[in-house]
Design a protein around this ligand. Structure first.
Ligand code: GLN
Length: 237
C-alpha cells in the first residue's frame, strides 16, 4: 500500500494556495499541475487564490508566495491584515510554504538593502537576504544553477541525474548568510568572474525559498520537490 494509506485506485486530494497579489500565479499553477503527474501516488490538486485572511484555511496544505515587488506584497499583507494570520498558518504543523524571488525576501528574517523606512518580513527563514543582490531590472539574467540537494538533482524529465537547472533571475535577491544550522542550502549560483558561489535556494523545515523563478522554465523539479515536501509534512504532522 502506498505510504498515504490509500489503495491504488483512490486519489489523494491536496489544496495549494498561491498568494495572488502580483507575479506568476498562472505559471505556478500550470507547473504544479504538470509536476503532480510525476508523483507516485495519484494526486488531485486544487489550486486556490489567496488574497484574504479567510483564504488561509487549515486544510490548505501548501502555499506559494510568488515573485513581484516585496514591498508591494508586504504592504498588501499589512493593509489586508494578513501578516499575523499568514505567520500562524505557516507555523501550523503540516503546512508548507515556498517563496520565489520577492517571496524569498518576505520569508527571510533579515533583509539588507531594504526600502527606506524598512519593510516588514514574515521572518520564517533564518537567513540574511540581500534584496536586489544582482542589481536592478536591467541586470536580470538567466544562468545555470548548481543544485546541492540530492533529492532535487534527479531530473524527472531526463530520467537521469542532473545537478544543474536553468535559473531565471529577475531583479533577484540572494542569501548572504544563513543564521541557523537548520537552514539547508538547496542551490548556488557559481560565478566565475567573482570566483564565488552565491546561495540562491534554501530550505528550513517546511519553508523553502528560491531567488529564481522555476515556474518560468520547463524544469518541474522544484514544483515536484515542493509537492513532496507537503507529503513529508503531512506524514510528520
Ligand atoms: N528584488 C525584488 C523585490 O525587492 C524582487 C523581484 C522579483 O520578485 N522578481 O521585491
Amino acid at each position: 500500500m502506498p505510504p498515504s494509506g490509500l489503495n491504488g485506485n483512490q486519489k489523494r486530494h491536496r489544496k495549494i494556495g498561491i498568494l495572488e497579489v502580483q507575479g506568476a500565479f498562472q505559471e505556478h499553477k500550470v507547473a504544479l499541475m504538470r509536476a503532480k503527474t510525476c508523483m507516485h501516488v495519484k494526486t488531485e490538486l486544487e489550486v486556490v487564490e489567496v488574497r484574504h485572511p479567510d483564504h488561509l484555511v487549515p486544510d490548505m496544505d501548501g502555499l506559494i508566495i510568488p515573485g513581484g515587488e516585496s514591498t508591494t506584497i508586504s504592504l498588501f499583507l499589512k493593509r489586508n491584515n494578513m501578516e499575523e494570520p499568514l505567520r500562524n498558518w505557516i507555523q501550523t504543523k503540516g503546512h508548507v510554504v515556498w517563496g520565489t524571488c520577492a517571496g524569498m525576501i518576505l520569508l527571510s528574517r533579515f533583509t539588507e538593502n531594504q526600502k527606506d523606512g524598512g519593510q516588514p518580513t514574515l521572518g520564517m527563514l533564518d537567513t540574511v537576504v540581500s534584496r536586489n543582490f544582482f542589481g536592478r531590472q536591467v541586470h536580470s539574467f538567466e544562468a545555470q544553477v548548481t543544485i546541492k540537494s540530492p533529492s532535487l538533482s534527479t531530473n524527472i524529465q531526463m530520467d537521469a541525474s542532473d545537478s544543474k537547472c536553468h535559473g531565471v533571475f529577475i531583479r533577484a535577491p540572494a542569501v548572504l548568510e544563513t543564521t541557523s544550522s537548520e537552514v539547508q542550502v538547496l542551490a548556488v549560483l557559481e560565478r566565475t568572474e567573482q570566483n564565488d558561489a552565491v546561495i540562491v535556494a534554501v530550505q528550513q523545515g517546511d519553508v523553502m525559498a528560491t531567488a529564481f523563478h522555476p515556474e518560468l522554465t520547463e524544469d518541474l523539479r522544484w514544483h515536484l520537490y515542493f509537492l513532496t515536501m507537503i507529503e513529508k509534512a503531512k506524514e510528520q504532522a
